[in-house]
Design a protein. Sequence first.
Length: 727
Amino acid sequence: MAPRNGINKRELDKWAKNVVKEASKSLEQAQRRNPPRGSSQLNTNTSAGFGREEIEGSGYLPRLLMWLDVHAQQHPAAYVDVARFVEEHHTEDDEDPSVLALQLEQRGLVDIARDFAGTLNAHLTDEGRVAVHRLKNLQKDRAARVRYTSDAFLGWLFDSAGDQAPVDPAQFLATPGSFFAGAHTSAADLHQALAYLAEHSLIERIGTDPARVTVTSEGASCVLAGDGVRDRIRSLRTGTIDTDALPRSEGTIVGQRQGAAQVVHDRFGTLNEAPGTNIQSATAQSIHKEVPRQATGDPKAYRRDKFPLPGSNQADVFRATHKTTGIVVALKQLRVKSSGGMRAARMKREIEAGKALMGHRHAIPILDHGADYTWFVMPWADSTAEDHREDLQDSRLLRRLVDALISVLAEAHRLGWVHRDIKPPNILLLEGRWVLADWGTVRRPAGQTTKVDRTRSGIGTEGFSAPELFSNPDQRPQPSSDIYSVGRMIAWALTGNMPLPNKQLLPLPGPWRNIVRAATQEDPSRRPQSVGELVGLIEREHAEMPVDPLERAVTLLKQANSGDGSAADAFLTLLTDHVEDFELHAVQLPQLEARLAAQTLGNNLTYAQTVLQALTDHVGGADTRRVEYMEATQVTVWLQSVADHAAREQQWDLMEEAMQAMCTWDGAWDQWDARDVIGPWLRSLKDDAASVAAAVLHDHSESAEHFSHFADDRTVDPRIRRAVSQV
């Protein structure tokens, strides 16, 4: 019988099983090689869903994620072969790019497509874009970087020198562990981490050249116990928190011995401060563990206040106390004790959404509820966004609230939930972080709606909720409806005005105005269609505008010439960062007093070589700028003055560098005014200074030719006479 054409289903199934088996095996190996680092130090939290731990401590995962983000910006709809990442970043040979991508897929950060050839292609999800946004914020968080570096370095040092042999700490910078949030650890961050570790006797400096360090017995104990450096130090201080131990910046927990206001690190690596609140850490930890653990579904387990909180609508909210633990909670209960009807359905949706988002840092957790869905318990929050509207006029604080909303909405939208009623009273400040509450009006994922025609009238709060929720209440809401509400929240916070239906409300000109305008378009199709698009919009509008270095150079130059030595150093450092800038080197640099320039350059020959070589490279002008004759004279005379000061201080290396540049400009431009200054100076040089000058003139025949008449002048040093006579 002739063989049949087509696909052999049995072989295909066998191939698929082998692919899954090999991928699972490789995934386990990769997880052992890339464990999350520094979780206790970063105060990270797992969000809802399997395997959603933070990735900033991994050596490769954040870099792969940000690499995918770059490709997504260039080709938004395209999938990219992850093998290219390994090729471009030269990762270790045993790093399987497909396994790295699978790890990101487990976290919901990428979608994966695999062809029959085995090539694995990936594309960022909306949650992946939010994660990239978070990683970029962490890269700017100096305190978080130093904390991570302290932990990662101590662990590396223990592995590298467990026998307490001295090790060069710079070697750490060549390891995968030196990456945090996708960025390489800087030498400055490592230096600060080393100082912190040495100060607390976790490492010991050895006085060699270069300096080496070794792990102490206390440092080894810290690693073996699985402690973070910060936790270890705190445990040695009888319960107090050292506010001066690390830089007080984003991501730092700040405490005082009495009445500490706690600053909590949120999902985006920024701070959400709790103005005027005192939160005990023991209670904060118990409320999420003890109350749910002892939950019985019985409202009698709680002792509630006599009267509900004001402002309740379809349900009453009471301040209550969990009788067993004494923890204060909020108990929400229907006014009509019936498990049927629209109100009961709304509370059921609120409970289901809360449980679906359980564990997400910016979603209000459900601690207990009745089987008939007529009541539930949630943590007690001291305030809402309404109470902090004035604080939210600070763009930095507003950004933290917006980031929190973006974070929880990314997860909710991924699960198919749309909130539909985002407004100030529904945004609570809980344990120092913003959480989104009141999911009673949430739209379930497709296929889970109990009654398709239930929404016969508008739902939400007019002014804050999207207009299509009222004009087309039967139409399934999209994520763009929640994005509209986020835009209205921003406008409310910055203007102080309540948004009115069908009335545009925009803050003053600036980044937020452009964001609000885009997010609150009446036509849903003209808004950002996903949280990922909103994140991109926010990042673009808040991106730092490139600063023209010329403006800063002029300021520093004025300060330096007024006697500020640090300004002179900063000015020359600025030039080394912009070696391509003709204006800075050929126009601004010669205005720096030569004596100050010589002093500063003489203290750092590397700076001198970079600056003077850049000035030499600009002898021909720029693509759009020719050198003026007066500029050529000014540069040449300035270089001669620097060389003269260097010769007087016997800084021969600096003198040689300055003369090399001087002769290049003099030979190229042949300016009489410059030669009238250089000639008498060359005639005055003797001994070592003359020897250095003669060597440079010998290498620059075009400039030496300008002084050929010195060959017969016996008042000139013989070495210079010989150098100019050989041209």
